[in-house]
Design a protein around this ligand. Structure first.
Ligand SMILES: [Zn+2]
Length: 355
């Protein structure tokens, strides 16, 4: 490591992220003994450190039916070779944990994630759940045929026994919901997620809304429909993450969701979007809601269907573009630490609110 890089890493990790941990913002990691489930097992939530709360390592984005009829021979050695340098880059910036939000039928590969975690030294999380957005192209037959209870039992079994025969346990329940009045399948999946959340204590992270650009207010309606249904089933709003909240143009909806206690995740940052992210995050800070905000990039992924994974989107810009822009925009180190260290340690802490 070059001296300049080392000093950069020191500034990012020891100084900026070495804040006195969790300030007891809410009932999660502030409590002694709160834990987070990584692909290498349970860790203290307070040990998450600087965390990217929504990224991807590997994905197969072909429709589920095609994945089944034409499975790809994945060369995991090659994936590790391609992805590892991108992980090293962010480690040098002080990153300690990466949440892989790749949904169950979009190429989730727990063994590969564990290999990348062990090769890099970064802590990583994987998911259980079901993704029924994107016009249903990733919906497997069992999600159509099983009841909410059966789906919940399927996900609870992954939590209890591990995913397949890997012994790797999920650290969150990942959904994909797009209806601004949820469809019957979406409602069933949300009911299943509620049951699984209450049983396991895992947070629910919902991709919210259609993939294409949509009218202001549209994704907010989808978010609140989910929140209403989950709360009605007994789930605390703090156990739900509004994924891709940046796609909702009405900032008032972010504020309302956060006031209800939900996590609002601005997770698609790309270089050039500094001003837009500063405005969204700044509004939450000004409303006193910074402790409900997650920020990440939805970046990465080795695309299984392309040679050597296609064009990989690096994880580095959050450190080299967004965080400097936040500092220039008046965010102090405590606020930055809250967004990237404290908040993830609360959001992903396994919490059984109803026991
Ligand atoms: Zn994503």
């Amino acid at each position: 490591m070059q001296r300049r890089e080392f000093l950069g890493a020191l500034a990012a990790s020891s100084l900026a992220w070495g804040l006195p941990g969790c300030a007891g913002i809410d009932g999660g990691a502030g409590k002694a003994g709160a834990t987070v489930m990584t692909v290498n097992g349970s860790i203290p939530a307070a040990d998450m450190g600087m965390t990217l709360a929504h990224e991807h390592l590997f994905a197969d984005l072909r429709p589920y039916a095609e994945q089944m009829t034409s499975p790809l021979a994945v060369d995991r050695d090659e994936v590790v070779e391609v992805v590892l340098p991108y992980l090293r880059e962010i480690q040098r910036q002080g990153c300690r944990t990466l949440v892989d939000c790749t949904a169950t039928t979009l190429g989730r590969d727990p063994v590969l994630i564990r290999r990348l975690s062990q090769a890099s030294g970064l802590q990583m999380l994987t998911v259980t759940g079901a993704y029924v957005a994107a016009g249903g192209r990733f919906v497997p037959p069992y999600v159509q045929s099983e009841t909410a209870d059966q789906l919940a039992q399927r996900w609870i079994a992954e939590w209890r026994d591990g995913i397949g025969d890997t012994g790797i346990r999920p650290g969150l329940i990942k959904l994909g919901i797009e209806g601004d009045l949820p469809s019957d399948t979406e409602r069933k999946v949300l009911r299943a997620a509620a049951d699984a959340q209450l049983e396991t204590g895992l947070v629910i992270a919902s991709h919210t809304g259609p993939w294409a650009d949509v009218a202001p207010g549209r994704n907010g309606r989808c978010a609140f429909a989910q929140l209403d249904l989950l709360q009605g089933a007994g789930v605390d709003p703090s156990a739900w993450i509004w994924v891709h909240a940046q796609n909702e143009a009405q900032g008032s909806q972010h504020v309302e969701a956060a006031r209800r206690g939900a996590w609002v995740s601005f997770d698609g940052f790309r270089p050039g979007q500094e001003a837009a992210y500063l405005a969204m995050i700044g509004r939450m800070r000004d409303e006193g809601l910074l402790d409900r905000v997650l920020v990440s990039q939805d970046a990465g992924w080795y695309n299984a269907a392309q040679p050597r994974g296609g064009e990989f989107k690096p994880y580095l810009p959050l450190f080299t573009a967004l965080i400097p822009a936040l500092r220039e925009g008046g965010f102090d180190e405590a606020q930055i630490g809250k967004i990237f260290v404290d908040n993830p340690s609360h959001a992903f802490a396994v919490r059984k609110i109803r026991s």
